[in-house]
Design a protein around this ligand. Sequence first.
Ligand code: GAF
Length: 395
Amino acid sequence: MTNETLTARVADVFQATFGGAAPIVVQAPGRVNLIGEHTDYNDGLVLPCAIDYRTVIAARPRADRTLRVVAADYADAVDEYALDAPIERLDAPMWANYVRGVVRALRERGLALQGFDVVIGGDVPQGAGLSSSASLSVAVCRLFATLPGFDLSPVEMALVAQRAENDFVGCKCGNMDQISSACGVEGHALLIDCRSLDVQPVPVPDNAAIMIFNSHVTRGLVDSAYNTRREQCEAAARHFGVKALRDVDLAMLDAQADGLDPVALQRARHVVSENARVQDAAVALQAGDLARMGELMAASHASMRDDFEITVPAIDRLVEIVKDVIGADGGVRMTGGGFGGCVVALVPHALVERVQAAVARDYRSPDGKQSTVYVCRAAAGAGTLRADTGAQAAA
Ligand code: GAF
């Protein structure tokens, strides 16, 4: 679905539900991470880009202090509450909790909220590791940022969205997904320093397509596996006497490994080596050196498979199928939190169709599904598509 089609669909639901055109339309994209996995919550480096799949919100201010939210992708389900009342986490649906979490986090910052009628829709594949939830949270921040007096920077919006996920939804994620969604730059990946929050755009070379392959492998207990990895990294940081694994290099890792639990050492080796790979990858990408990107992405995948142990056989197979076609001319690796989800590849345009054909022929998920393939563009971050500030609040 193109962006225009998605926006029109959300606007149509708004018209049908609330009557009239929505005076405010905002969007926030999902993301794909080119390299730098499980480094963000270790204060490390990542190299993602925002993608041209997104959450779109159509809205109209209300005269009262009520938020009425309609989910176009969930049979127009509704969540409605007073902005001044205590905001509770629901057992279900989860989409409502992402909105509630952002409202609460904005309120905790002392920002003066206003009531809205809202319709939300999106085309970021869900549960695939492409940050559909971060795109929703950031889009909600972006909506409130259309109000006068909201002078949040894109990074601040990302931190509000992360806080909503950490403290309200209950996912102890790092800050990569929200910063990617809030700060994306068209045609560029972002070198993000997750400690200093410095964001440097790095051009994606014109000769490469960004391909994403959904393995259609989803695993229960992903959150608990994620949290366990996080705890293992924190235990390793304590062993080395540092604030976070960002402060450890490979020499220190080898010299001071004695006494560290062997599994925690493996986890630390992934994080420390991955940070170094991200730095090298930013240089290679800037230089348009796809062969070097290929080496670094292959090393990243091996490290996720062997040291961090977050890949699964179907994902490893998908990576192999793509690698067999692109050889040394591009790169491929698992992307996102792991245990399924998606594979990302940088592929010379001339090889895109051959890669698609090979994946269609040779890949099946354990339950027999073909991979869904997306050829993406690196997209701009969250933004306002329409803001008719003269619009009257509905009675
Ligand atoms: C998930 C998390 F939400 C991110 O913060 C990041 O840790 C990623 O997994 C792994 O790199 O997307």
